[in-house]
Ligand binder design. Structure first.
Ligand code: CIZ
Length: 322
């Protein structure tokens, strides 16, 4: 079995006719639970036991009694599951599934930044490496960042990293002046405000749903700004029938399943013609890699013990506060 490429590079046996059925059979045999992030390919979401954002998936990971957790998401999500469940085997179908936002915040540089701001509470978005979490006081997700920041005393000095757009958004809705790390997600940064305005002219009744990792001008034209879970809830509960969705386009799969009678239009990026905005890291996980990952129980997410200890505290603090 060859896992050198960061995933198990083996052909699917000829007798396997239906990969989805085989995955469902294997996960039961192995006592595995499959977690699928909203940004995964639809076919991966279809075979997942749980679908959600990283907050929901972290909560489930913390409570599952499954022997194996297969995290269909990006590497930091696998790390978060491993940190919360060090005794379990945590697998990610393709370990090359990284995150541009996590990459925009190297631990050594973040450490220097923290030291340059003594007396500050350090809040880090979940899209960070375990080493950055270990330097953090409280981890947040886009779903709970506002609530957690608001729960801290008004005069508390705060560093927020690594997403400057989310940080700027939280500053604007809470009136805080958190010191922001200058990082960003390459997917959310590249939405085109001009193309979204053109779409809105063609669909005047559509509501614009915007993720807070997008740039500020998008927040200003949004009908709703929120995490994937918040945008999904809004789409389900709103009487509106059409939505322009400015976040990674994987979320449209669940939106369409939950609201088959509504229309969801992916907001376009400024650099392509196909019209939707995908995270190429998220899309590295495929059904074949997931099948092989269950079959060979590889590749495994490894986090050193001493890092698990220090990275767990800020995640547990988040789970307790949200
Ligand atoms: O927290 C997450 O899962 C991410 C990356 C986005 C969101 O809003 O759910």
């Amino acid at each position: 079995m060859n896992v050198e490429k960061g995933y198990v590079d083996e052909p699917v046996p000829a007798e396997v006719k239906d990969l989805k059925e085989e995955i469902i059979k294997l996960k039961k045999e192995k006592g595995a639970v499959i977690m699928g992030h909203y940004y995964q390919k639809g076919e991966i979401q279809d075979v997942s036991d749980y679908i959600g954002d990283s907050l929901a998936l972290a909560r489930i990971a913390a409570e599952t009694d499954a022997r194996i957790i297969v995290m269909c998401g990006v590497h930091f999500m696998g790390e978060t599951a491993k940190i919360l469940c060090p005794d379990k085997k945590v697998l990610v179908p393709d370990l090359n599934a990284g995150c541009s936002l996590a990459d925009s915040c190297p631990a050594e540089d973040f450490d220097t930044f923290i030291k340059a701001h003594p007396g500050h509470t350090v809040i880090s978005y979940v899209n960070t490496t375990a080493r950055v979490k270990a330097l953090t006081d409280i981890v947040v997700t886009s779903g709970n960042a506002r609530k957690i920041v608001e729960s801290l005393p008004a005069d508390e000095k705060i560093i927020f990293g690594p997403d400057r757009n989310l940080g700027e958004y939280i500053n604007s809705v809470t009136g805080r002046q958190m010191v922001l790390w200058n990082g960003a997600c390459h997917v959310h940064e590249r939405f085109s405000i001009e193309k979204i305005k053109e779409l809105k002219e063609q669909h005047p009744n559509a509501h614009i749903l915007v993720h807070p990792e997008c740039r500020k001008p998008l927040h200003l034209i949004a009908d709703k700004v929120g995490s994937t879970a918040v945008l999904l809830k809004y789409a389900i509960e709103s009487p509106v029938k059409e939505f322009i969705v400015a976040t990674e386009s994987g979320i449209l799969h669940e939106m369409r399943l939950k609201c088959p009678e509504k229309t969801f239009i992916p907001a376009p990026p400024d650099d392509n013609v196909c019209g939707c905005n995908e995270c190429s890291y998220m899309k590295l996980n495929t059904l074949q890699k997931l099948y092989n990952c269950l079959r060979f129980e590889q590749p495994e997410v490894v986090v050193p013990d001493e890092l698990i200890e220090s990275a767990r505290r800020p995640i547990e603090r988040m789970l307790a506060m949200s």
